[in-house]
Write a protein that binds this ligand. Structure first.
Ligand code: ZN
Length: 286
């Protein structure tokens, strides 16, 4: 599923290709991806110009302006397989295209989503603020102090903590696993029991992994592509994610997989040693 680097890549693509353009027509082909009434959505969005693109965590918001009216925001969650692409209007439609926004006379912004977990909502400034307020600080923007404070007193697995969007917005399974490897922290370590030194290391690891992935336009698992339909190029750089059994790039030990809260975690049992307080799992050696 698209995480911060993929959503940031889409955001940058929208800034390059959609900013300043007017939405001349709206066609909702599958109302299930629209929050609320599709007719109202189309009526609200049509005729407005896209004047800014914002991102917080994995959420995107396009600011839509119309003369003499209050701004509206197109709040987008890409879900598992949501894609935005800009095409010429007469280009053939790919299957699973659910929304078409005509940008000027020639181009079209298209939303495609195979799994249909993505959602688009037209909202007011207050509604956007409320939606963004439900998210923790953006993982690429947060300060070290915010990060360390958020760890304090937290139980459970650090892996789940990193993926909790109310505490830290932007990380999913891929970049949480990668950040823990870089910081050399076991995915079952407890946030509150991570030493300040290691916590700072994790903060820097999250930043480093995200910045690098943004530079390489993200990772293309499932259907992710950028706004021009190109895949990301971070995948060959992955150190642990979906590399179970392959040698650790640092020490050569096979990467292991562990299920935490229903999600796969990938880690190196030597570089990310199990803390003493984490019970050894039956039948495993990590
Ligand atoms: Zn290793």
């Amino acid at each position: 599923m698209p995480e911060l680097p993929e959503v940031e890549t889409v955001s940058q693509g929208l800034q390059r290709h959609a900013l300043g353009r007017r939405i001349l027509a709206v066609e909702v082909r599958h109302p299930g991806v629209i929050v609320g009434s599709a007719e109202e959505f189309a009526a609200e969005v049509e005729g407005r110009a896209i004047i800014s693109v914002q991102r917080k965590g994995k959420a995107l918001a396009l600011e839509l302006s119309a003369q003499g009216q209050l701004p509206r925001y197109l709040l987008v969650r890409l879900g598992m397989t949501g894609q935005f692409t800009v095409s010429v209007r007469d280009a053939p439609l790919e299957p699973h295209t659910h929304l078409l926004l005509a940008l000027g006379e020639r181009d079209e912004l298209r939303f495609r989503d195979v799994r249909r977990f993505g959602r688009l909502r037209c909202c007011t400034h207050e509604e956007l603020e409320a939606a963004f307020a439900r998210l923790g600080p953006d993982a690429q923007q947060m300060t070290e102090e915010q990060f360390l404070n958020a760890l304090r007193g937290r139980r459970g697995a650090i892996k789940s903590w990193l993926m909790n969007q109310q505490l830290l917005a932007g990380l999913g399974n891929i970049y949480a696993d990668e950040s823990l490897f870089v910081a050399r922290i076991h995915p079952l370590a407890q946030p509150a029991r991570i030493s300040p030194r290691k916590a700072r290391r994790l903060f820097r690891a999250v930043r480093k992994v995200l910045d690098h992935a943004v530079k390489l336009q993200g990772t293309s698992f499932r259907d992710y592509v950028d706004i021009q339909g190109r895949p990301g190029s971070y995948e060959p750089r992955l150190r642990v994610y979906q590399r179970t059994g392959e040698p650790c790039r640092r020490c050569g030990r096979p990467i292991r997989r562990l299920v935490i809260a229903g999600r796969s975690s990938h880690f190196c049992p030597r570089c990310q040693p199990r803390p003493g307080y984490v019970a050894r799992m039956r039948g495993t050696r990590h």
